[in-house]
Design a protein around this ligand. Structure first.
Ligand SMILES: Cc1ncc(COP(=O)(O)O)c(C=O)c1O
Length: 393
């Protein structure tokens, strides 16, 4: 057999996927996927958009498009991002196949084997997988309820690193949002550092309370002591099946990412870009977002109340103000994999903490997603998870 490439050989076989295969029974309550709720997709709006689409646009949608994206969508996105204060001067924007691809392209154009990358602990598994494709040295810095711990980041920055990868708003998996103070401290610390910041912001719009909108201010609008590559996505605000995201970054970086994208998929789906553009252009988004925020806030509330009711006192959890996730931590003697096996047997599934540890070690924690399950199943599922934890305490 011809050997696989070195980067493929270093790919981890996913214990998590194996475990989740056990959870395909339709009656299993799933807190596992970081997925929007199926009943919340804007199906009627989509029908409306498609049925009113002129034949000319349908044909454009069926054709290959420019690698950087469908020009009218780029314009709509720029307009939208400028309302958030994001700087368009000296930056460029490309449409990507999900924000996952934006992260992957950045990894591809910057990482040589052995380069250091700093992430948060815990960290979005898709980003670590994308980075690991290029054999970097990953180091993770813990977060607390207000964001990355500055004193620890300062130490990590003593040695050169290519990227700092952060999800400041409604973190996956931790469910926290950085405080404004922590964002400022972070930008202050990055003064005069030679590093690129990847600011991954797919949950930006999903705050539960209007008063928290100001907390979602992107770092990239607060000054750029180092180049900031800002990624966003339609996945959580339209549908992940659209496979559309974007990357706003300094022009020189976008040029290289565009070249790299040519070799990956030539262009993102023109068809879904045409639809997404109409979704933005027809101003459907603001009303739809209100519906999403109210529904996710409600689901989160049910989950938090259930956790309070059923979890033993040794278990701690985060209290999200937006997004999809609650992060649970328990004493070190309890292993989340044992809890998961027991939970699956009894009809509930989640993702074990180790999956979000770039060093794949710490496992006295787990992620619960409240976005996907039916609201009336959340309480029942949390009781199952709580009973499973109690067995191992
Ligand atoms: C933090 C974070 N970044 C990026 C993504 C990728 O989203 P997509 O590729 O669907 O745009 C996700 C999806 O769950 C995420 O949670």
């Amino acid at each position: 057999m011809v050997p696989f490439s070195k980067s493929t050989q270093s790919m981890r076989s996913s214990e998590i996927r194996e475990l989740l295969k056990l959870a395909v029974r339709p009656d299993v309550i799933s807190f596992a996927g970081g997925m929007p709720n199926n009943d919340l997709f804007p199906i009627e709006e989509l029908d409306e958009i498609y049925s009113h689409l002129p034949a000319k646009l349908k044909k454009i949608g069926m054709q290959y498009g420019p690698t950087a994206g469908y020009p009218p969508l780029i314009e709509s996105l720029k307009k939208y991002l400028s309302t958030k204060g994001l700087p368009l001067e000296n930056n460029d924007l490309i449409v990507t196949t999900g924000s996952m691809q934006a992260i992957y392209l950045l990894a591809k154009v910057f990482i040589d084997p052995g380069d250091r990358i700093i992430t948060e602990y815990p960290c979005f598994i898709g980003a670590t997988a994308a980075f690991n494709s290029f054999q970097p040295e990953l180091e993770s810095v813990p977060i607390d309820d207000d964001g990355i711990i500055i004193s620890q980041l300062e130490k990590a920055l003593f040695r050169p690193a290519k990227f700092l990868y952060l999800t400041p708003n409604f973190h996956n998996p931790a469910g926290i949002i950085y405080s404004t103070e922590r964002k400022k401290q972070l930008l202050q610390l990055l003064q005069n550092k030679k590093i690129i910041l990847i600011e991954d912001d797919p949950y930006n719009e999903l705050y539960f309370e209007k008063e928290d909108e100001k907390l979602t201010t992107p770092l990239k609008t607060m000054g750029e002591p180092v180049p900031i590559c800002y990624t966003g996505s339609f996945s959580k605000i339209f549908g992940p099946g659209m496979r559309l995201g974007w990357l706003l970054a300094p022009k020189k970086i976008i040029e290289k990412c565009e070249l790299a994208k040519q070799a990956v998929d030539a262009c993102s789906s023109t068809f879904t870009q045409v639809l997404a553009n109409e979704f933005m252009r027809k101003d459907i988004m603001p009303k739809y977002l209100q519906k999403l925020r109210a529904s996710y806030a409600q689901r989160c509330d049910v989950m938090l109340r259930s956790l309070k009711e059923y979890m033993p006192s040794e278990v701690k959890w985060t209290h999200p103000r937006g997004g999809f996730y609650v992060w649970l931590t328990f004493p070190e003697r309890v292993d989340a994999t044992d809890v998961l096996k027991e939970s699956i047997d009894n009809g509930a599934v989640f993702v074990i903490g180790k999956a979000f540890d770039p060093e794949s070690r710490r496992n006295n924690c787990l992620r619960l997603s409240f976005s996907y399950p039916a609201e009336d199943k959340i309480q029942e599922g949390i009781k199952i998870v709580a009973d499973a934890i109690k067995l191992f305490l």
